[in-house]
Write a protein of this length. Sequence first.
Length: 350
Amino acid sequence: MSIRALMLSFVLLAPAPALAVKVGEPAPKTTAKNQDGKTVNLTTLYGNRPAVLFFYPKSFTGGCTREVQAYRDRAKDFNALDAVVIGVSQDDVSTQRKFCDEYGLPYDLIADIGGKITKAFGIPERKAGITSRWTVVVGRDGKVITVDQNVGEDIEGHPARVLDDLRQDWKRYVAGFTPLFNGKDIDNWVPIKASADTWTVADGVLRCSGKPVCYLRTDKDYRNYTLLLEFAYPEKIGNAGVLVHISGEDKVWPKSLEPNLNVGQMGKIYEIDGAKVTFGEKNPLRDYAVSPGDWHRYEITCRGDTITLVIDGVVVNRVTRSNITSGKIGLQSENVPIHFRTVAIKSLEN
């Protein structure tokens, strides 16, 4: 066999290099170990929360240290957009743990030993065991919205560009919902047993003082929908919640079901004034903690006699066999201030 033929056969037999993920494609489904040796299942994020995966060459090197600090310093901005930030390099678990501790990183670092994640995303290596500095952003629908291979041109400024991409993704997501709160006033809402200053609007935020104990409800009935809202406790976490399927007399409290936002009871459902459901193994299904001062996303899906609750992309409760399946929607708080924004609804009737 000639040298030319030998070289051609080698090319034909050699495995093709991995291709980087492309914008619009589903994100690769894979798992990995974080800095604590715990398994991070990226697949569970897709379709629930946006994800930012920044691939970097090596922990504790100059550029990489600046990069992880840049993401750390914008952590509140990423939290406000409900985005999960994950750093990925081929360092081992103990190195990633030390890197997190040294710089106070509030997000996971993946120990991508062997380059499993790197290969799944098609990120090239500078050399064996050293991943190129790329960033991939996955939108709320589980599809890639950004593939940036030029991060090194402005490492410190890169998180700001990623945040812009996430804001655009949020706008696309919210566009599928119809606002119930217009960001200006409480027109189309009815306060029940409230004082004049209980419910106010400022800077596009619906603010509840928590006093007196009361609620605010829609003026229309709804059935088969997903309710999307963001909430924040400005001072301390207390006893607030959402009311769905409100029916009957306007009183404190009306016949309804309450997906709760109480401290230690996030996602617990209360049956009020004759409303009944069948609970799963627990109510709520799992514990979920939120932080005062931070915005959190609540999605409540009411379909037929089933209600599913998701906080920050995590399913916290699911109940069935509700004896009421339609009614008005309410917001309430008891003696603690709470803020709401992006109160919107998507019909599931079709």
